[in-house]
Design a protein around this ligand. Structure first.
Ligand code: ATP
Length: 838
């Protein structure tokens, strides 16, 4: 019997619709309105009209003949569509009573085709999932170029769809990467101008996070388009949605059932699809909804074949589910540019035969060097609009970090802290190092950029532009910028404070501030920026300098302003100072801080310098070139005689052990999880009027599903329970029918529409026969669950896309196992729920 993990994906792409599910909450409003459970035929054929009793083919012929006749009669204007509008054609087999009149633009040649026979067989034949060392990109690029010649040489969306289908058909990360590598190689060699739009489409985005462009498509506009283009009625749409749970799968099924369609002959192009999305995002103001609607309908109408329909719709709902998240794409880009270059490009590539001759280790070394460069560039400058042109011009070289490196007003991805259970673990880890303990303030991380002209931008932890949220900080910049400072990028935590006393206020208070258009004269929530790092100064990146040096520059060149701008409170120490560190930790938690951040100050440990004299282990170029560290936390040699240096450089987008988080919740694991409440049960006894327990889930970014991880009934106040019950009241739109994208085998009394993130404490992570979270990642048969889960707070600042992932849960479990191996066996099962009562 296959395990649930194995059941997630199989190699039959057509069958994926039933297994890989995702959130398509845009249908839910509609679904809840249609509460009656009576199943009607999807595209039921009404009795009477003769036209509708004809076979599809006959009806199609009849209509085509009518239109041909109309076309032949100059005065018969059947078109009421403005010329900029897409031609709409109703599918013919529906018999749906919602059928819209057919609109045909004059002089537009329509062809009558079987909807399954319209697929691009040339693209379908490209074996993109082969190993890159055998895949003949040049041959396929030539073939496709010929195939695309009539369309200006623009790569077809069919090829991208082919890559999506193959990536979706496997759970093997290697296969997914290979598919993307080969796809990119074919594009690089055949139509390099389509690489950039393809990368945006494959990463499910249209612009970098700091650019606010959003599709802004309501669920209803997609369902409206599905109904119109595929001739579904509301009930038919609901039935398909209830069955498949994913908007793309609904489109796939609807297209499949549509046996004949009138389509425009032009196939979709990668560039065209991307441009359509940009147009959707750009249309603002009155009439924009209609414009967006027309573009969506046109995309759906032009999609050829079932898979194109599926992926166009998944793109529109921004849930592609091909497992090509950021890192996969960066890896694929790095590898693709090792093998292929555009015609006329001057950089050198590795001949495929040479790559094929290499031993596995040799190949992975070449790959990982290239990947390190591409990832480092993206971490410093996260925008494909800049990265891809550089790659097309110069390939993967160190030059990429100069051409596409740190830049003012483009946020770098922040360095992150690793978890530690408690102070003693931290002291052990950092033995022999000088470190700085800093208050871990409970606010919002802010990256402040200021150029030589004094223009300021402020970015969040997730790189959103927050300049409009904090005009008070912007106005502070001229005052804090000391003499001799022209341009800079600094980082700190913005915390709500009492302006008079400077007393720290809870994070909750900060969330009261509007996100946009904050009027500096009407600010009610006062904030102070507690600066902790300086990454760029007067045109020079400082990433490669030690924290001690960066901090010295920050503290000597900037000017503090009471209760508005200052440094994080800190204590420099070594592991010998445990008492002072404990005192400092206590003072942090007594002052509304979450705990402390502990950061290595210098690149060379005392031990290393003692042992090796002047021989430093600094692998980092002071200009900010990436170090040779990777994303994995560095391991410590327990014998302690010779240890790997913990770098004190600023490593964008890396979670290293040179920054450690020590949080105050000692009774439980020091780490907390950000989980999504997905369901509830009727409470017992005193809690009978509320939902208790509540089921929580982690997010699986690869499949798009939410995987149940624990039930919780601890940490909630009565007031919270009451508010939660009101929020998820039976009959409210927030209560939905069983969503197919939540993986859980039990039967809760009610399902919540996933929409919020709760921070949860817990004692341990355990293997579980009941919960599916991270199944397949640590065990094929069992998922992971939590022992003694306890609600801490709602993460107002996080959307469900930022909830804890199954990968991260598995990572925490492995860390915990390593630790418990030293200390004794881990608990094997989650505690029974009744033990989890408050
Ligand atoms: P992470 O940001 O590490 O992915 P998270 O969002 O769950 O995880 P926490 O674990 O609470 O956040 O801790 C990290 C955050 O703490 C930082 O992103 C930053 O916003 C905040 N912080 C507060 N004080 C400091 C400090 N002195 N140095 C670095 N970060 C700090």
């Amino acid at each position: 019997m296959s395990s649930p993990a194995k059941k997630r994906k199989r190699d039959d792409p057509a069958s994926t619709s039933q297994r890989t599910r995702s959130i398509a909450s845009f249908f839910q409003g509609q679904a809840s309105k249609q509460a009656e459970k009576t199943q009607q035929p999807l595209q039921s054929v009404p009795e009477a009209p003769t036209e509708q009793t004809l076979s599809d083919k006959a009806l199609a012929r009849k209509l085509q003949a009518e239109w041909n006749q109309e076309d032949a009669t100059p005065d018969t204007q059947t078109d009421d569509t403005p010329s900029s509008e897409p031609t709409t054609a109703t599918p013919l087999n529906t018999g749906d009573d919602d059928r819209k009149p057919i609109k045909v633009r004059k002089n537009n040649i329509l062809s009558l085709q079987s909807s399954t026979g319209t697929e691009d067989t040339v693209s379908l034949a490209v074996p993109l999932d082969q190993s890159p060392i055998t895949f003949d990109a040049t041959k396929y690029a030539q073939e496709l170029k010929g195939h695309w010649a009539t369309d200006n040489g623009d790569a077809s969306y069919a090829l991208l769809t082919r890559a999506f289908v193959l990536a979706n058909a496997t759970t093997s990360r290697i296969k997914i990467v290979d598919t993307l590598v080969n796809f990119l190689r074919v594009l690089i060699e055949s139509d390099p101008s389509s690489v950039l739009p393809a990368v945006w489409l494959a990463t499910n985005s249209i612009s970098p996070p700091y650019d606010e462009s959003e599709l802004g498509l309501g669920g209803s506009s997609i369902s409206k388009a599905l109904k119109k283009i595929y001739g579904l009625n509301s009930q038919g749409l609901k039935t398909l949605y209830d069955k498949h749970g994913d908007a793309g799968d609904v489109a796939f099924e609807a297209k499949k059932r549509q046996s004949f369609t009138l389509i425009k002959p032009k196939p979709l192009r990668i560039k065209g699809v991307y441009q359509s999305l940009k147009k959707i995002a750009a249309s603002k103001g009155s009439g924009s909804q209609e414009t967006k609607q027309r573009i969506v309908e046109k995309l759906l109408q032009d999609a050829r074949g079932t898979e194109e329909s599926r992926y166009i719709v998944r793109t529109l709902v921004q849930n592609l589910r091909i497992g090509a998240v950021k890192t996969t794409m960066l890896i694929a880009l790095a590898r693709a540019f090792l093998y292929s270059k555009p015609e006329g490009a001057e950089f050198s590539v590795h001949p495929q035969q040479d790559m094929a001759r290499l031993k596995k280790e040799g190949l992975s070394e070449i790959y990982s060097n290239a990947e390190e460069i591409v990832k480092a560039s993206y971490a410093r400058h996260p925008n494909y609009d800049d990265l891809i042109p550089c790659l097309l011009e110069a390939g993967v070289t160190e030059e990429l970090l100069i051409r596409c490196g740190l830049q003012l007003h483009i946020p770098l991805r922040p360095m992150l802290g690793s978890i530690t259970r408690d102070l003693s673990e931290m002291l052990t880890k950092l033995q022999g190092r000088d470190f700085s303990c800093e208050y871990k303030y409970d606010g919002q991380r802010a990256q402040v950029h200021c150029d030589a002209e004094g223009h300021v931008s402020i970015f969040s932890r997730h790189l959103e532009n927050m300049t409009e949220k904090y005009p008070d900080l912007v106005s502070l910049v001229p005052e804090i910028r000391g003499e001799g400072v022209s341009s800079f990028i600094l980082e700190g935590e913005v915390v709500a404070v009492d302006q008079e006393t400077g007393e720290l206020q809870a994070f909750q208070i900060l969330t009261n501030r509007a996100k946009k258009n904050v009027d500096i004269g009407a600010i009610k929530v006062n904030v102070c920026l507690f600066a902790f790092d300086l990454m760029y100064l007067n045109g020079q990146p400082l990433l490669g300098r030690s924290l001690r040096e960066r901090r010295e520059l920050l503290r000597s060149l900037f000017v503090r302003i009471p209760n508005r701008f200052t440094w994080v409170k800190s204590l420099d120490a070594t592991s010998a100072d445990s008492e002072a560190v404990l005192e400092f930790f206590k003072s942090a938690t007594d002052t509304k801080c979450e705990g402390i951040m502990v950061k290595v100050l210098d690149n060379v440990s005392k031990l290393d310098s003692d042992l090796n004299g002047a021989q430093a282990l600094d692998t980092t170029d002071p200009s900010g070139q990436p170090s040779k560290t990777d994303d994995k936390p560095e391991s410590k040699n327990s014998k302690g005689s010779r240890r790997k240096a913990l770098l004190s450089t600023y490593e964008p987008d890396k979670r290293l052990e040179s920054w450690l988080k020590v949080k105050k919740d000692y009774s439980t694991s020091s780490e907390t999880l950000d989980l999504i409440p997905v369901a509830g049960w009727h409470g017992q006894g005193r809690k009978a009027k509320w939902w208790s327990p509540i089921l929580l889930a982690v997010r699986n970014p690869e499949t798009g599903s939410l995987e149940a991880v624990t039930k919780c009934m601890s940490g909630f106040t009565d007031k919270f329970y009451q508010a939660n019950k009101e929020k998820y009241a039976e009959g409210a739109p927030t209560v939905i029918s069983r969503p197919s994208y939540v993986e859980y085998y039990g039967e809760p009394d009610v399902w919540f529409e996933p929409q919020e993130v709760w921070e949860m404490a817990f004692a341990d992570i355990t293997l579980s026969p009941t919960y599916t979270a991270a199944i397949g990642l640590v065990s094929d048969e069992r998922g992971l669950s939590l022992r003694f889960p306890r609600f801490l707070k709602v993460r107002e600042d996080k959307s469900i896309d930022e909830a804890t992932t199954s990968d991260y849960l598995a990572y925490l479990w492995r860390k915990q196992s390593e630790r418990t191996k030293l200390e004794g066996e881990p608990p094997d099962q989650e505690a029974p729920l009744e033990w989890q009562e408050e």
